[in-house]
Write a protein that binds this ligand. Sequence first.
Ligand code: HPA
Length: 249
Amino acid sequence: MTESIGIIVGSGFESLGLEIAARSPTKTPYGEPSSPVLTLQIGEQRVACIARHGERHGLAPHEINYRANLWALHERGVRTCIGVNAVGAIAPGFAPGDLALPDQLIDYTWGRAGTFGSDGRVVHVDFTEPFDPVLRGRLAAAVAHCGLEVRAGTYGVTQGPRLETAAEIDRLERDGCAMVGMTALPEAALARELGWAYAICAVAVNYAAGRSPGGVPIVAEIAASLASGMRRVAEVVRRVTPSLAGDAM
Ligand code: HPA
């Protein structure tokens, strides 16, 4: 079976509420992916999905085998892929529950296996624009169709698993980051190495450290916003999927 459209879903996977038609345990030359490849039935379309942190959310961001996740999907035929990522909101006016389509990335992670190049084969992909503009456009249209607001901006990728200090968020803001998360890299770079059309639909689940107007503890905020944010993402995914079928041939 081949599935040309993929989706990699992070925190809140269980709240997405999409129908899982099949589960295919998979091994890759890079080891085991975070979850079996889950076949989602979205309207007429079959979409190959990986639960980035595992189906029981047992993997921290730095423990995820990003290469195995992407390889497993690539072997299924995936060439167009949406990453769904929970983020903390940094930019003014960006609030928990809001969606974002980031347009740039800054990498603050370290020690993650971030390339398929090996054994003397060095891969230098062009990453000037880290996300596929056509896929981002389709996501933007789907979000608008759902009557939702969306913002763009730079996604700063931190190592985790701890959340940031207020000073670290100040620094990210000075660097130009509108949002902060822990999993966009190396995923987006590996997708580029494989030649995929890849873009992220991010959902803000908390105000980043030091940004909460009410001083709500971040972890309590995350729990409250994740389910509602993911329901919005599911709506967008249902809306965008039919428009991707032609792209991904
Ligand atoms: N920081 C980093 N990653 C995150 C956050 C955050 O505040 N919220 C969700 N993922």
